[in-house]
Design a protein around this ligand. Structure first.
Ligand code: G3P
Ligand code: CA
Length: 373
């Protein structure tokens, strides 16, 4: 009979193929707040990061659909604006790295340099294109050197609008007979506001139009800018739960407070007045030792739970180069390592969910995390 390590290895092999595994829906969270901290009582959420971006070009309908079919509880669109103020799903406004725009002579003159959150950036930007123009482009794999298989799909899929993502969510929820959540992120909200293309108005309109601006909606609105969440809470009166994303260092753009300031006991209590959770870099939940191996839990999960906040760390990826040194297998940075074991270790800290590029691995890790050894 296979011991647990063999089971995990076999599972990792199975997870390497883009097969559709059985869906494991997490039941609605109990307690006073529908998205309150799990404290280990509720199954953690599997959030399909940029869809199933480990298997398809990110932020395409094909990527989101695969994540949902693999059992993800939520699909995660990052949102930016077009020149005609439509929200589309891209990780950043620059689209040279995730579309075929560079090969389109008709758009060659659109290439330019902007200062994006203080960083000089050259390329093609969503805010220089109408939606109709963007729709002529096709998505491509962001990291072909790591995910060569995904280049199979280059050129097949268009850039989706946020509404198209919501329509897909609704269709799949009916078909799969479980509600698929949506976890939209406002990308560079201060930058877009400066262009006269603020993200909040079309975001809130879309959520309301789709009856998703409710406290118990299967929605988390996320941002790396706390001020953006505050604005959504205070001015836009958003009712859907929100999550503040944190980096392991630095400050939110334009904010005198550091991410570390927000994660003190006082900072977390204040966050809880307008947000329902935090989305930390996974290294803020379990740090790395000096040699790159996985360290010990930091205590952030308990601190956040004490403030009434859920904890959804990012980003779990199966390839060696994204894993702690002691979870890698072999020397190829693009080969899969012991990603299931890594996620099990994190799930046992009491996190309430995780963002992963390989939703099937997240579902499997969740099923294994609390089994007797
Ligand atoms: O939103 C969680 C995670 O996606 C944050 O990182 O850069 O992949 O959007 P990023
Ligand atoms: Ca994101």
């Amino acid at each position: 009979m296979a011991d647990r390590r063999q089971v995990l290895r076999l599972s990792a092999l199975a997870a390497g193929a883009p097969a559709v595994l059985g869906a494991t829906a997490a039941p609605a969270l109990a307690g006073p707040h529908p998205h309150g901290p799990g404290h280990g009582r509720q199954p953690s959420l599997v959030i399909g990061h940029r869809g199933a971006s480990g298997y398809r070009p990110e932020h395409t309908l094909a990527s989101y659909e695969l994540a949902a079919r693999m059992g993800a509880d939520f699909i995660e669109p990052d949102l930016v604006a077009t020149r005609d103020h439509v929200l589309v799903a891209r990780h950043e406004p620059e689209i040279g790295g995730t579309t075929d725009v560079a090969s389109r002579p008709e758009f060659a003159s659109r290439r330019r340099t902007v200062v994006l959150d203080g960083v000089t950036t050259t390329g093609w930007f969503t805010h220089d294109f109408t939606l109709a123009e963007l729709k002529t482009l096709r998505a491509t794999e962001r990291i072909p050197q790591v995910r060569q298989r995904n280049t199979l799909y280059d050129g097949l899929f268009r850039i989706p609008t946020f509404q198209e993502v919501l329509d897909l969510r609704q269709r799949l929820s009916h078909e799969l007979d479980r509600e698929i959540g949506v976890y939209p992120e406002t990308k560079h909200p201060t930058y877009f506001r400066g262009l006269g293309l603020e993200l909040e108005t079309p975001l809130v309109r879309a959520l309301r139009r789709n009856r998703l601006d409710r406290r118990d909606a299967k929605v988390f609105v996320q941002s790396f800018e706390a001020a953006n969440l505050r604005l959504l809470h205070e001015q836009y009166k958003l009712r859907a739960p929100m999550v503040f994303l944190t980096s392991a260092s630095g400050n939110p753009y334009g904010d005198p407070r550091s991410y570390a300031d927000y994660l003190t006991a006082a900072g977390l209590r204040e966050l809880a007045t307008y947000a329902g959770g935090i989305g930390p870099d996974k290294n803020q939940v379990i740090g790395r030792n000096a040699d790159g191996t996985l360290g010990t839990p930091t205590g952030l999960v308990g601190d956040a739970h004490a403030a009434g906040l859920v904890v959804h760390p990012y980003t779990f990826r199966a390839e060696n180069q994204f894993l702690p040194a002691d979870y890698r297998v072999g020397a190829d940075p693009a080969a899969y390592g012991r990603a299931i074991d890594e996620q099990v270790a994190f799930l046992r800290t009491g996190i309430d969910g995780l963002f992963t590029d390989q939703a099937d691995i997240g579902v499997l890790a969740r099923s294994l995390a609390f089994q007797p050894a």
